[in-house]
Design a binder for this molecule. Structure first.
Ligand SMILES: [Zn+2]
Length: 320
């Protein structure tokens, strides 16, 4: 059956042609009520944590990375922080199944294992182009296109792998990077396939261009805060009614100075989860300054959000 997609209020509505006919009038009258919002087909979707830590090498965790599974296939990778490639392997994910990689930003703890993934792809049967999304650059950070080019371009540090960017006789698939502006603080949507779309919104992470991401997959909505301070108050919009919000617990409530300028305290995470009415909250990007503070963190979150909360561990599987 053929499906049509309608995008309203940053939500994807799936209607097959019959439903479209039956519901069209009602839909207009009810401003696209929840009656036609696709239900999350929970039994088909999983999220797996490939890295629940931050940049430290004392947290016994890989750095930030998450995988979306659809019917046993690893279809989307969010960030590829240091150490996450080992957990990619442990999870049983296949590089050939990836439809898109989305970066929240290009700090080392979110991007260092990307070249490892691309090199490893040489030994797989991947033959379709790889979409790579991420923020635009500034004086401190490369854009997504520059990041990919700086690795695999003709003058890149791994230029011996430039066949993944340039036309070559090897027949290698191509990396297709897309840099997303962080100037306009609104939601941007990207349709990847019939059953999968991504949406981003700029978030404040000090001077670093950064995005939060939402994966919309067969009616399930999974949101990744990335690193952010919440100065823009944009995440609550992207996360509205999400099935899962994975937020970064990089600082304790008492944090001040640079750490607070870059990151969000637990009470703010609680406020966002409550405002957005997310169905499940996962706390990740755990660092030595927040590990051991879970009771206090939970207390601050519980002041605002009463839904299920879980602290992430590497390789955790989360069901919507
Ligand atoms: Zn980080």
């Amino acid at each position: 059956m053929s499906f049509l997609y309608l995008k309203l209020n940053d939500k994807i509505f799936w209607l097959n042609r019959l439903e479209l006919g039956l519901h069209a009038a009602l839909v207009v009258m009810l401003s696209f009520s929840s009656a036609v919002l696709a239900e999350c087909q929970r039994e088909h979707v999983k999220v797996q944590v490939l890295g629940s830590g931050g940049p430290e090498m004392s947290d016994a965790r890989a750095s930030s990375s998450y995988l979306i599974w659809l019917d046993g296939k690893s279809v989307v990778l969010i960030d590829a922080g240091s150490g996450s490639s080992l957990n990619f392997e442990q999870s049983g994910a296949r590089i050939a199944d990836l439809q898109a990689v989305a970066f929240t930003h290009f700090h080392v703890d979110h991007s260092a294992d990307f070249p490892a993934l691309i090199k490893a792809s040489y030994f797989t049967d991947r033959n379709t182009d790889l979409l790579v999304f991420g923020p635009q650059g500034n004086h401190l950070m490369p854009s997504t296109t520059e990041f990919v080019d700086g690795l695999f371009g003709k003058k890149g540090v791994y230029r011996y792998l430039s066949e993944y960017l340039t036309t070559s006789e090897s027949g290698a698939y191509k990396i297709r990077p897309k840099s997303i502006s962080t100037l306009n603080r609104s939601v941007r949507g990207f349709q990847i396939s019939k059953s999968l779309s991504l949406a981003s919104i700029p978030v404040h992470h000090g001077p670093i261009p950064a995005l939060s991401w939402r994966v919309d997959i067969i009616g399930c909505e999974i949101v990744f805060s990335g690193d952010m301070s919440n100065q823009y108050y944009t995440l609550e919009k992207l996360a509205k009614d999400a099935d899962i919000l994975i937020a970064h617990n990089a600082i304790p409530e008492s944090a001040k100075g640079v750490a607070r300028k870059l990151h969000i305290p637990p009470s703010e995470i609680g406020k966002i989860a409550e405002k957005a009415k997310v169905k499940k909250l996962i706390l990740s990007h755990r660092m030595t300054r927040t590990l051991g503070q879970e009771q206090e963190t939970l207390k601050m979150i519980r002041k605002h959000y009463k839904g299920p909360v879980k602290f992430a561990e590497d390789l955790d599987v989360i069901l919507p």
